[in-house]
Design a protein around this ligand. Structure first.
Ligand SMILES: [Zn+2]
Length: 339
């Protein structure tokens, strides 16, 4: 049985905080509307659509993956600074970046609460996947949240919050994280480095954010964007035609990391739509998969996990502008009709 979680209360509304990033609520609502516009899926919606999530994320969950200092800041008045840094709302010269505080309807501390609410959906998807084999969450994918700071719109890391909680609750002994978002899953790579039971694959743009600065700065300081995943696949501009073949090869390497074929108890997938050629975030211009390549990518990931009977939780991850929902819809329309 397949489940899709659409939890309206977990949708982050950046606009209400004066943040001008084209991460639109319509990506989720358009995807859902298109699915419900299909008569077959509409008739069966009671079997796959879930709209409430009973779980929440607590401080102890954050403490499993972040430093004590960072968690302390998130639960103090310094949360505003953490959020500003994570969403890059201020430039080094103090001017605002994609941010208009005059439009603010609620304080940034409330945005942190929304992030936690959103993150709880990823945990729901993981639990549901363990029970039923497949759950897709219309949210999640904050893979740039590091141990002691957030960036790339990610004050925390819902993927690692969920994976580490599942492990600590002994609901699974081993987890793979497969990240096909356009951006490298740098925070996930750093945090997962502390967990022997969690393996990571990230396929992403070779150039561009977060890999737009050198690995070491002029003082020799390591750039945390370069924390290695177990498998990193760097796609350069113009290499789109090799993308899916290299993804297959990477997943085979992931299952043979220890020299023998292994199978985890759970997969968590970041099915970002930002590699799509119609995605509108300027920083993803160097990776442009067609609609057909996107759907092929998603089928590759799904079939790889499904053929091995690996329960899998899917998150939406990145996707920006007016068209990214098409990629999410194409996958769900295919997977929900698949017998
Ligand atoms: Zn992304």
């Amino acid at each position: 049985m397949k489940t899709v979680l659409f939890d309206e209360s977990g949708i982050i509304n950046l606009k209400m905080f004066g943040i001008e990033i084209p991460s639109l609520k319509s990506r989720k609502t358009n995807t859902l509307e298109a699915l419900l516009g299909d008569s077959e899926l509409n008739e069966s919606k009671d079997t796959w659509l879930v709209v409430t999530n009973p779980y929440s994320i607590k401080r102890e969950d954050l403490e499993r993956i972040h430093t004590a200092e960072y968690v302390e800041k998130l639960y103090s008045e310094k949360v505003d600074v953490c959020i500003k840094n994570a969403f890059e709302l201020e430039k080094p010269d103090g001017t605002f970046n994609r941010y208009n505080p005059e439009q603010m309807e609620a304080p940034l501390s409330e945005l942190f609460n929304q992030v936690l609410k959103m993150s709880s959906g990823t945990y729901y998807a993981a639990i549901k996947a363990l029970e039923t084999g497949f759950c897709y969450y219309m949210g999640g994918g904050m893979h740039h949240g590091h141990k002691d700071f957030g960036h790339g719109f990610c004050p925390t890391n819902d993927i690692m919050l969920s994976a580490s909680r599942i492990i600590s609750e002994k609901k699974a002994n081993s987890i793979w994280i497969i990240d096909v978002d356009a951006h490298k899953g740098d925070g996930t790579a750093e945090i997962a480095g502390d967990f022997d039971s969690i393996r990571t694959l990230s396929i992403h743009m070779a150039q561009g954010w977060p890999l737009d600065e050198p690995e070491y700065d002029s003082t020799g300081k390591f750039n945390p964007a370069y924390f290695p995943s177990d498998i990193d696949i760097n796609i350069k501009s113009g290499e789109e035609n090799t993308y899916n073949a290299r993804l297959v090869k990477g997943m085979k390497q992931l299952e043979n990391l220890n020299g023998i074929q292994e199978r985890p108890d759970l997969g968590i997938v970041l099915l970002g739509a930002d590699p799509y050629e119609k995605d509108e975030l300027p920083s993803t211009d160097s990776l442009n998969l067609t609609e057909a390549q996107m759907l092929e990518r998603d089928k590759i990931v799904y079939n790889f996990l499904n053929d091995r009977n690996i329960p899998a939780a899917y998150t939406m991850a990145g996707g920006y502008g007016s068209y990214s929902w098409e990629a999410h819809y194409n996958f769900l329309n295919w997977v929900l009709k698949k017998k």
